[in-house]
Write a protein that binds this ligand. Structure first.
Ligand code: ADP
Ligand code: MG
Length: 349
């Protein structure tokens, strides 16, 4: 029998491939595979369901991520997917695979973080599963939420000329990861050396204890704005913009100079000889919300320090990054093209 490497399809290619053979049977299934959460019609409201799994060595490294933070982050990442539908999370189930490397105290620490996040996001832990694992720790959380039928935002709703908006700032979680990885490497080559993390609180917090933007969802409602499309930024701005464009059937113009990046991220990026824009485009784990709004909503948004207009949708065109020098570049999932490669070489000299 033929053998195909999964790497040939990539994560999204694999999901697409599997989804082709999955048919929806119930009329109540409004949206199955393909958005941040599944959407089920339960009468007055829509029920939202989403799952996220984290595995040791791939998604987290316990040499620098405390178990308590890991628990918190796992919940936040799930709640973020409900926010991305413009909804409110209500319940979670928590499943763990643990090897005998983990003691009761270790699992308790993980649950301290899970419980802290459940309290912060006002969700009930209503079940889960516990299994043994041969290698390392796996944490899988399923979140349930709800949203008014007149409030829901899909990835597919963006239209020509609408404004592309992002909450908060981007690239910090990735810079935090770079810093932690660097200090881990230093520690491994010179045991006993204390990690040099001083003055980097913001990027470390963004990496180790990210928050789901439930506040941004509430603010949009208060401002009287219903996003026409929305997604959360777990994989990097570029990848998420491409999802919105792909599913909405439009292109967009993203302005580099508008991308919100914290000054401490710019400084840290320069230390690491990284391009800050590239960190925002392809870094990931920011858990900010990316959405589109009608042009008419601009006035409601413009005074808010929580939201930044970073571009607009363009029908019949590709997704493009307009660089600071005014040149246009195709946006790729890695946020990486010849443009950044060349610019990186220039700045390194
Ligand atoms: P997100 O980045 O928002 O967590 P993903 O990229 O993980 O979203 O998933 C995209 C869509 O694919 C979601 O609707 C998700 O439920 C679905 N999906 C992911 N993996 C599988 C799988 N193994 N089987 C079925 N559906 C999947
Ligand atoms: Mg998502």
């Amino acid at each position: 029998m033929e053998r195909t490497e999964i790497s040939k399809l990539g994560e999204f290619g694999l999901i697409k491939h599997l989804a082709e053979k999955i048919a929806v049977k119930h009329p109540s299934t409004v949206k199955g595979i393909g958005d941040d959460a599944a959407v089920i019609d339960i009468g007055e409201k829509y029920l939202l369901i989403s799952t996220d799994m984290l595995t040791e060595g791939v998604h987290f490294d316990l040499t620098y991520a405390p178990l308590k933070h890991l628990g918190y982050k796992a919940v936040a990442a799930n709640v973020s997917d409900i926010c991305a539908m413009n909804g409110k999370a209500t319940h979670i189930t928590v499943s763990i695979g643990i090897s005998n490397r983990f003691s009761l105290e270790a699992v308790e620490e993980l649950y301290e973080g899970i419980n802290a996040a459940a309290a912060a996001y006002n969700v009930d832990v209503v079940g889960g599963d516990t299994v043994s694992s041969l290698s390392g720790l796996t944490v899988s959380i399923t979140v349930i939420g709800e949203v008014g039928k007149d409030r829901i935002a899909y990835r597919s709703g963006a239209a020509d000329k609408e404004l592309l908006v992002v909450s908060g700032d981007l690239g910090a979680a990735y810079m935090g990861l770079q810093l932690l990885e660097r200090e881990k490497a230093v520690f491994e080559s010179t045991p006993g050396v204390q990690p040099d993390l001083a003055g980097h609180d913001y990027i470390l917090e963004r990496q180790l204890k990210p928050e789901a933007r439930v506040d941004a969802v509430a603010m949009l409602e208060q401002l009287g704005i219903r996003p026409t499309s929305m997604i959360d930024i777990s994989d990097g701005l570029a990848s998420e913009i491409l999802h919105l464009c792909d599913q909405s059937g439009t292109g967009c113009a993203l302005y580099e100079e508008k991308i919100p990046i914290d000054p401490t991220v710019v400084t840290a990026a320069s230390d690491f000889k990284l391009d800050p824009t590239l960190c925002a485009l392809s870094g990931g784990e920011d858990y900010e919300l990316l959405f589109t709004v009608a042009l008419a909503d601009f006035d409601k948004l413009k005074g808010s320090p929580h939201f930044t207009v970073i571009g607009h949708m363009v029908e019949g065109a590709a997704a493009q990054l307009i660089a600071r020098d005014g040149t246009a570049h195709p946006l790729t999932a890695q946020g990486w093209d010849a443009f950044f490669k060349n610019r990186g070489e220039e700045t390194e000299e």
